[in-house]
Design a protein around this ligand. Structure first.
Ligand code: PPS
Length: 278
């Protein structure tokens, strides 16, 4: 693990240069940027966005999401950004302070957030599965690293506050994993309205079908089941895909500790999320 730009990042994918590239990225008004903390449903939203923009379902379903919606900060992809056709679609897990020049653009920013307790649990399992991330002795060890922000991409709290701070100054749209899970049809329609896209009823049905957990988890091109970066005997990328799984992991003590930290960190934030912390 390396600390780059003030946050911990796993080295094979990032470098000082790649973070500099992200910081100085020249956004175009037609760009669409998906921002999320890891394990918030990013892959799900990458797939939905690319299905919405490119109606060629056959092609979209046979290409990994990280190719169709690349991460701005990942150096291992050699992408000719200038040659991408508009609207360019890309993603980032970085906090908002990396993207100060976004404020001067009309770039559409889709901000995806998930209940941090479920993020923590998903991340914990991901550490067992991803070969490039360290292993933890116990869930409790990981729990403390997470709440202290000592994990890949830093603190969930800082990340979320950073985007909430600038949210109203950007051309942005906030989606929660919980809403998408509860009402995918409505959320996808609202997202299409934000992006100025007209979805025919048939397109909407196709998007709903192809972005379902069962479809994505069984699709060889999407599910990372052959990736050398993952220990396939130790988990699955498409693990559970539900809300509230934290209840099967958190002890009462951990829950109380988390709620206190959440209150300290986000108590003053004037934003009400629709997830349940109890
Ligand atoms: S990453 O590695 O940061 O890009 O991970 P990310 O894609 O953000 O998050 C992975 C979690 O999202 C769940 N997921 C889904 N849930 C419901 N429906 C669909 N279609 C879907 N696709 C991905 C995935 O299962 C991970 O959550 P957990 O809780 O571990 O299952």
């Amino acid at each position: 693990m390396e600390v780059l730009g003030g946050i911990i990042l796993p080295l094979p994918f990032y470098s000082k240069e790649s973070l500099h590239f992200a910081r100085t990225f020249k956004f175009q008004d037609t760009d669409i940027l998906l921002v999320s903390y890891p394990k918030s449903g990013t892959t799900w939203m990458q797939h939905i966005l690319s299905l919405m923009l490119n109606k060629d379902f056959q092609n979209q379903n046979s290409m990994p999401t990280y190719i169709r919606v690349p991460f701005v900060e990942v150096s291992s992809f050699k992408i000719e950004w200038d040659k991408m056709p508009a609207p360019r679609l890309f993603a980032s897990h970085l906090p908002a302070n990396f993207f100060i020049n976004l404020k001067n653009s009309k770039t559409r920013v889709v901000f995806l957030v998930r209940n941090p307790k479920d993020v923590l649990v998903s991340y914990y399992h991901y550490h067992k599965f991803a070969k490039f991330l360290p292993n933890f002795n116990s869930f409790d060890d990981f729990f403390h690293q997470f709440v202290e922000g000592k994990v890949n991409y830093g603190s969930w709290f800082n990340h979320t506050k950073s985007w909430l701070d600038v949210y109203h100054e950007l051309n942005s749209f906030l989606i929660t994993y919980e809403d998408l899970f509860q009402e995918p049809r409505q959320v996808i329609q609202n997202l299409a309205n934000f992006l100025g896209l007209k979805l025919e009823p048939n397109d909407l049905e196709n998007i709903l079908h192809c972005s379902s957990f069962s479809y994505m988890s069984q699709n060889y091109s999407l599910n990372y089941s052959s990736s050398k970066f993952f220990d396939q005997s130790n988990g699955k990328f498409f693990r559970k895909g539900v809300t509230g799984n934290w209840k099967e992991h958190f002890s009462q003590e951990q829950n109380d500790e988390f709620n206190n930290i959440y209150q300290e960190e986000l108590g003053d934030v004037n934003f009400k999320f629709d997830w349940s912390l109890n």
